[in-house]
Ligand binder design. Structure first.
Ligand SMILES: [Zn+2]
Length: 232
């Protein structure tokens, strides 16, 4: 099985988090010729205030919404792990799934939620970030971590860069001035989350946040991350 390596793998806790966190940068990377894939950890089946909505139906809707957003952005592939929403745990099984994908797709850059955001932080976000960091190092890197993966031809892989969104400690900004509109359009694909009618509110809120993130730069709008560069 030969898979064309990707430049960027985005590991997102729920459908829609990647759009909030990194979609503007994703569009820019793709326009620069880079390949981006998404790994969506949970099925998002708790994300509603509608008492009549059944979790299974919501999970199906959210998958379609995620696919529509990814298509709009130009994401090459979306992989759904389909863990239940609010039930993600730091298990050997989950970790191994991420390691397997890292070794299959060989990303240079991994993007996920910062697990070290303090106090109020969705447990699925914390666990997604932590398990992804652990998967990158040492498990994806080390030869003897998973003899069975090695036997399947999935050799160790060294990720070069990690970008963590929603960080308390952002130290890296990405210019999304030209891609902001597509980010907003991609977020609007998540109708079950952001509502049906085109709300100027959402755009305004996002623009304010992106402006703040770009403060001090010579461009207008940014996404901000904590960046970890790995010198192996
Ligand atoms: Zn989320």
């Amino acid at each position: 099985m030969t898979i064309k390596p990707v430049h960027v793998m985005v590991v997102t806790p729920h459908p829609d988090d990647a759009e909030f966190g990194v979609a503007g940068s994703v569009v820019r990377w793709i326009s620069e010729g880079k390949d981006v894939i998404y790994v969506v950890c949970t099925n998002g089946d708790k994300g509603t205030n509608d008492a009549d909505m059944k979790p299974e139906a919501l999970a199906r809707i959210r998958e379609q919404e995620q696919l529509a957003a990814a298509k709009l952005l130009g994401v090459r592939e979306v992989i759904f792990l389909r863990y239940p929403d609010q039930a993600l745990e730091d298990t050997p099984e989950f970790r191994k799934k991420i390691v397997r994908l890292i070794r299959m797709y060989k990303p240079e850059t991994m993007v996920t939620a910062d697990p070290y955001r303090r106090y109020i932080w969705h447990r699925d976000h914390r666990i997604t970030g932590q398990v992804t960091l652990d998967a990158i190092f040492p498990y994806a890197r080390d030869l003897l971590s998973y003899p069975d993966l090695l036997n399947q031809g999935l050799h160790p892989h060294k990720v070069k860069e990690i970008l963590l969104w929603a960080s308390d400690d952002p130290d890296y900004r990405s210019d999304i001035t030209d891609t902001f509109d597509i980010k907003v359009a991609a977020l609007r694909c998540h109708k079950s989350q952001v509502g049906d009618s085109p709300s100027p509110d959402l755009e305004q809120r996002l623009r304010e946040r992106a402006k703040k993130m770009a403060e001090g730069e010579d461009y207008e709008l940014a996404e901000a991350f904590h960046r970890v560069e790995i010198w192996w």
